[in-house]
Structure formats: C-alpha cells, structure tokens
Design a protein around this ligand. Structure first.
Ligand code: HEM
Ligand SMILES: *[C@@H]1O[C@H](CO)[C@@H](O)[C@H](O)[C@H]1NC(C)=O
Ligand SMILES: *[C@@H]1O[C@H](CO)[C@@H](O)[C@H](O)[C@H]1NC(C)=O
Length: 319
C-alpha cells in the first residue's frame, strides 16, 4: 500500500488561506495596549475627569467629537487634523465650524500618553475612550471600547459635509443618513439620546422655534427670548432640562413636543419611530443598554488597523 505524505493542493490552499487571514486579521481588541502602554486607559480617564471638573459641558463635547469622527470615513481621528494654509480638513465643515469642542482635551491627554509611551496610543483611540468615559462620568452607561484604531493621514471636508446630519433633517432623511453607516431606525433613536447632555447654539434651532408647528408654544417662546430672529447666533441653550446628566429626559421631552431641533422632534412626530421614543421614555434601562450597544457599534466603524494610517505624535497634524 502506498501512502502519500505530499499534502494535497486542497490542504495547501487551506493553509495559505489561514496564513493570509492571520496576517490581515489586524482587528480591534480590548487589550491592545495592555503590554505596550498599560496605563493608557487610566491616563485617558483621568484626563477626561479633570476636563469635566473644569467644565461639565466638556463631557458632552467629547461624546459628540467621537460621533463626528466616526461618521466621516470611520473612527480614524480625521476630525482632529487642523487646517493649514495648504490643507483643509473637517473642522470647518458645516456641522463642525464654530461647533466642535474638546480638541485641547484630546491634545492634553495625548501629550501625557506620549511622555509615557511615545508613538503608541492613537488619537482615534483616545477620542473613542474619552467619549465612553465622558458618558460614564455624567451618569450614563458604559461599553467596552475595543482598541487599536490608527490615525488617518488625511481628512475630508466634503465627506464631513455629506455625512454629518443637519438639525433640519426630517425622519426619512435621518433614517437614510444613519442607514448609510449601518444603523437601524432604533439605533438612530438610541444614538440621538446623546442629546441628553450638552448645549446648542441659537443658529441650530432658530428655524424650529420660529417656524415649526409641532412645538410646545411655551417652550418655543422661552427659547425665542434667548434666540432672536436675527443675531445672537452663538447664544446657548441646554439640550434638555438636565444637560449635565446622562438620563432619558431627552425622550420625555419629545413626548411633550419639547425637542430642541427639528431633527429631534422628527423622531416623535406621528411616524415609525414614535414607539421607540415611548419605550425609552418609560424604560430608561432599555435606553441605556441600546445606547451603549449602538455606541460600541459606532466606535467600530471603519477603523484603520494593521499598517494602515499612522500613530500621530500630535493629534492636530500628520507626522
Ligand atoms: C441624529 C442626528 C443628529 C443631529 C442632526 C445632531 C445635531 C446636533 C447639533 C446641531 C448640535 C448643536 C451644535 C452647536 O450648537 O454647535 C448637536 C449637539 C450635540 N450632539 Fe448631536 N446631532 C445628531 C446626533 C448625535 C449623536 C448620534 C450624538 C452622540 C451619540 C450626538 C451628541 C451631541 C452632543 C453631546 C451635543 C452637545 C455638544 C456640546 O455641548 O458641545 N448628536 N447635535
Ligand atoms: C467658519 O466660521 C468662521 C468664523 O465664524 C467664518 O469666518 C468662516 O467663514 C466659517 N467657515 C466656513 C467654511 O463656513
Ligand atoms: C420661517 O419661514 C419663513 C417663510 O418660509 C421664512 O421667511 C423665515 O426666514 C423662516 N424663519 C426662520 C427663522 O427660519
């Protein structure tokens, strides 16, 4: 009896497949920095805590920064790249100009990380962890951020203009905007619950308080007092009655036609998402769970891994 020891072409191609998979399976993982920078997570957390101690609103700003990073070509730190005379990034896009905050907080955390573990922790990972830590500090749910995102070497203003939703959107437009990134209508509603913290400028809700009809009249007139028909563009109002606490008041207010943006009230305006808003109003734990799950999903959008991108030394510019 002859017994061949030569592996069959089938076995060989299986082996090759496994090897290639192994090489290209640069994936995010929870313990990515456990050997290369064991204090990374605690350094980020203390940076977030002290920033929120200095200004509570910063927790909201850091949550939004992560959203605006991830919806534009994935969570790759692209939003952090500053404009230069020869480069226009995302910071002056429609939704970000005069609006995004928290860049200094990320820079300060990055400086601490660079002194401990130079060239190891990406700016995109700092933003992702800071968003989670901010949510937790303000009383919201936690999620296990996976790590190992690398930083982009470019940014796109037009992608930011096209992907960051405007507060004038209606329900169909919101559903379509979020479905482009793989989110269901339920996830859209859960993520919109991020509007339970922070503040907004008059220019973002003026059209709603003067022209919308699905708005509580007393709520509208109170806002008109701080947001005139013209001028006062940067006057601020809280996103919900408890803007420093991550709770479900945002949804309770939608039931009372007190959504701040047209896009907020669109989630509860006789359409398909009404029942989800009601669920989150009456079951804060379901909201907390759905929000955490959707944030984890958002934080995994299109990361650069393996040898793609770089670990920026300074979050505001390419190495
Ligand atoms: C659903 C579509 C969304 C629209 C149309 C929208 C729009 C806006 C606008 C116009 C502002 C005020 C900005 C300013 O006044 O400068 C704002 C603030 C904010 N947004 Fe959204 N947003 C959306 C979804 C989200 C999501 C998914 C999150 C996070 C999970 C989020 C978190 C925040 C936070 C925390 C603030 C307050 C930021 C601060 O105080 O600095 N938003 N949003
Ligand atoms: C951004 O805001 C600044 C200051 O208000 C303004 O001068 C500039 O034109 C805006 N840029 C864009 C691209 O809208
Ligand atoms: C409200 O609608 C009217 C009529 O379309 C328009 O002229 C006005 O500029 C709008 N006001 C705001 C604040 O959007």
């Amino acid at each position: 009896m002859m017994k061949t020891t030569i592996p069959s072409p089938f076995i060989l191609s299986c082996l090759l497949f496994l090897i290639l998979c192994g090489l290209s399976s640069a994936q995010l993982s929870a313990n990515f920095y456990s050997k290369s920078c064991p204090n990374a997570l605690s350094i980020i957390k203390s940076g977030v805590i002290s920033a929120i101690q200095a200004e509570t609103r910063m927790g909201a700003s850091l949550l939004r920064l992560h959203f605006h990073d991830c919806f534009v070509n994935g969570c790759d730190g692209s939003i952090l790249l500053d404009d230069t005379p020869t480069f226009t990034g995302e910071q002056t896009s429609k939704a970000n100009n005069n609006s995004i905050r928290g860049l200094n907080v990320i820079d300060n955390i990055k400086a601490k990380l660079e002194s401990c573990c130079p060239g190891v922790v990406s700016c995109a990972d700092i933003v992702a962890v800071a968003a989670r830590d901010s949510t937790v500090v303000l009383g919201g749910p936690s999620w296990n951020v996976l790590l190992g995102r690398r930083d982009s070497t470019t940014a796109s203003k037009s992608a930011a203009d096209n992907n960051l939703p405007a507060p004038t959107l209606n329900l169909n437009q919101l559903i379509s905007s979020f479905s482009k990134h793989g989110f269901s209508a339920r996830e859209l509603v859960a993520l919109s619950g991020g509007h339970t913290i922070g503040k907004a400028r008059c220019t973002t809700f003026r059209a709603r308080i003067y022209n919308d009809t699905n708005i509580d009249p007393l709520f509208a007139s109170a806002l008109q007092a701080i947001c005139p028909q013209s001028g006062g563009d940067n006057n601020l109002t809280p996103m919900d009655p408890t803007p420093t606490t991550f709770d479900n008041c945002y949804f309770r207010d939608l039931l009372k036609q007190k959504g701040l943006f047209h896009s907020d009230q669109a989630l509860y305006n006789g359409g398909s998402t009404d029942s989800i808003v009601e669920t989150y109003t009456f079951n804060p734990f379901i909201f907390a769970k759905d929000f955490a799950d959707a944030m984890l999903k958002m934080s995994n959008l299109g990361p650069l891994t393996g040898t793609r991108g770089q670990i920026r030394k300074n979050c505001g510019k390419v190495n």
